[in-house]
Design a protein around this ligand. Structure first.
Ligand code: NAP
Length: 279
């Protein structure tokens, strides 16, 4: 199988490294010659080019650009593709792109490999990034079954666990477990950095250990990606943020009222629920 990858960054590059290890031929397209050179040096692709035209020979194309560029990339790419070529994307939001991309290319399948790091760009690409990660495929009614099967086949070859759902369900679920945590974690970092006593701030930085590392990790990630999540999944991100604020307000109120037993009840129920949520 010949596989095209547009956008040779963290996800596109990591995808290439993995797919090549399965002896699939990969052709990468980036806007920059330098990115193409690095991708070749790193073994992320067999061939690299700055021209979408070079993808005319592939069986399947993964669009791995930032979310805002996914549909515009497909609009430019489609004239070069054979009609049977399957196009999929890896965007972290699905509803905003799936309808537009399907209207541009009938053989389009929305997808989202749920793995990443705080880094970005081709230098950050790594092998085994997707191992044991969830891979969500979000077909709509008109998505051809054969195209869905092909994307599933590639996702399984990456070592991913595949889930199917609608784009709407995807966006609502990932708002809880990915987009909301980014905003909460960023707010935690911003609030901590707002400490006005320099001695206390310096001490806090020295004392910050695994707990702060865990809770602040996703707030320290790629800012462009965070903005895209909020912009393209605005409704669900706002819904989850408002629900989160209600929970936070309740906790503030309980502490103000010194209602330790009610606070204990909440913490006991979250302690009990967490292992099941993550199982
Ligand atoms: P990234 O490391 O910044 O890579 C994106 C690549 O796309 C860049 O290397 C860039 O390459 C290219 N690009 C940037 N702007 C472009 C544009 N306007 N038009 C065409 N190409 C453009 O980002 P990433 O983390 O791999 O994210 C890529 C996609 O994966 C996003 O849609 C994101 O939602 C999704 N995703 C990310 C994660 C994560 O945790 N990072 C996880 C799952 C899915 P050139 O500048 O060389 O062209």
């Amino acid at each position: 199988m010949k596989i095209g990858i547009v956008g040779l960054g963290l996800i596109g590059g990591s995808l290439g490294l993995e797919l090549r290890s399965h002896s699939w031929e990969t052709i990468g397209v980036s806007r920059s010659r330098r990115t193409c050179e690095i991708a070749l040096e790193r073994g992320a692709v067999d061939r690299a080019s700055v021209s979408l035209q070079d993808l005319g020979v592939v069986d399947i194309v993964f669009i791995c650009t930032p979310i805002a560029a996914i549909a515009p990339t497909l609009a430019k790419l489609k004239d070069y593709l054979a009609p049977e070529t399957i196009v999929t994307d890896v965007g972290s939001v699905k509803l905003a792109t799936t309808q537009t991309c399907t209207s541009l290319w009938q053989n389009f399948v929305g997808g989202h490999p749920m793995a990443g790091t705080a880094a970005q760009g081709i230098e950050a690409a790594q092998k085994n990034l997707f191992l044991d990660a969830p891979y969500v495929i979000t077909p709509i009614e008109s998505t051809p079954v054969a195209a869905i099967k092909k994307v599933e086949e590639v996702a399984i070859s990456l070592g991913c666990k595949v889930y199917f759902c609608t784009p709407e369900e995807h966006d609502r679920a990932v708002s809880w477990i990915s987009h909301l945590p980014v905003m909460v974690s960023a707010a935690l970092l911003a609030a901590s950095l707002g400490e006005t006593n320099p001695t206390v701030l310096a001490l806090a930085k020295n004392l910050a250990s695994s707990g702060f590392r865990d809770t602040s990790r996703v707030g320290g990630g790629n800012p462009e990606l965070g903005v895209m999540m909020a912009k393209y999944n605005r409704e669900e991100v706002l819904r989850s943020l408002h629900d989160y604020r209600e929970n936070l307000d309740e906790i503030i109120q309980l502490i103000e009222q010194e209602d330790w037993s009610k606070l204990a009840q909440i913490l006991q129920s979250t302690q009990k629920a967490r292992p099941e949520f993550l199982s």
